[in-house]
Ligand binder design. Structure first.
Ligand SMILES: [Zn+2]
Length: 232
């Protein structure tokens, strides 16, 4: 697939072109935000450009509604005094040598007791993950019950580190949530849960999907913005 780009005003959009034996031109936007244009043989490149331009708003809207993120903040160093987030609140990191690896959250501090066997980063990652397993399940249950009225139920609610997604709903209705969300306020986590539950009813981001999401969480946009501001 060849990569192209177009610029419209402030916006520079990249897209991949795949020439195929087909009759019409198709545009797909994937959860990793990649835009793929599939065009019939012998299609004029300028024509494709024009088509992409005319569909630009639609493409941007699709990209915007995938629950993706691109980490922009500088990587943490995991040293004393550094600030780290937990459920939307900032904590100062304190590292203490100890016999056993352990983490305690006291007042505005995250205290990491470190035996030296594992790096602080690894101990913290495990800690976020363990907390996420419990917290996400508890947050999701009331919504799972609410969604029963649509005759849907997730096959499972799983926690898994993902490179660039907050959550996903598989074709066989497993909901997967990124433990990275433990750093965000509860409302943001609930938003991702509701979003994925809506996918049990409608797989695509069509207007029915958004109607449902509006109904089940009228202030979802606020939480989406907070999530983007906080962690992306
Ligand atoms: Zn979605």
């Amino acid at each position: 697939m060849k990569k192209f780009s177009i610029r419209v005003g402030e916006i520079k959009l990249y897209y991949y072109l795949e020439i195929r034996e087909r009759k019409t031109l198709g545009i797909s936007v994937y959860p990793n935000l990649r835009v793929v244009i599939r065009a019939p043989m012998n299609t004029d490149l300028d024509l494709i450009r024009k088509k992409v331009k005319s569909k630009l708003l639609w493409i941007l809207k699709q990209q915007n509604f995938f629950l993706s993120f691109e980490p922009k903040s500088p990587p943490k160093k995991f040293i004393n005094g550094e600030s780290h987030l937990f459920l939307g609140k900032e904590y100062k990191l304190k590292i203490i040598k100890s016999k056993k690896d352990l983490i305690k959250k006291i007042d505005n501090q995250i205290i990491v007791y470190q035996s030296g066997k594992n790096e602080v980063q690894k101990i913290m990652k495990q800690w976020y993950y363990t907390n996420a397993r419990i917290k996400f399940y508890n947050l999701a249950m009331p919504y799972v019950r609410k969604f029963r009225k649509y005759k849907v139920e997730p096959e499972s609610i799983e926690v898994r580190w993902m490179k660039s997604r907050w959550g996903s709903c598989t074709l066989n209705n497993r909901i997967i949530l990124n433990p990275e969300l433990m750093k965000a306020p509860v409302g943001c986590i609930e938003y991702v849960i509701v979003h994925e539950l809506c996918h049990l009813v409608f797989k695509n981001h069509n207007s029915d999907f958004f109607k449902l999401q509006n109904k089940e969480m009228p202030d979802w946009e606020k939480w989406k913005h907070r999530l983007e501001k906080l962690l992306a």
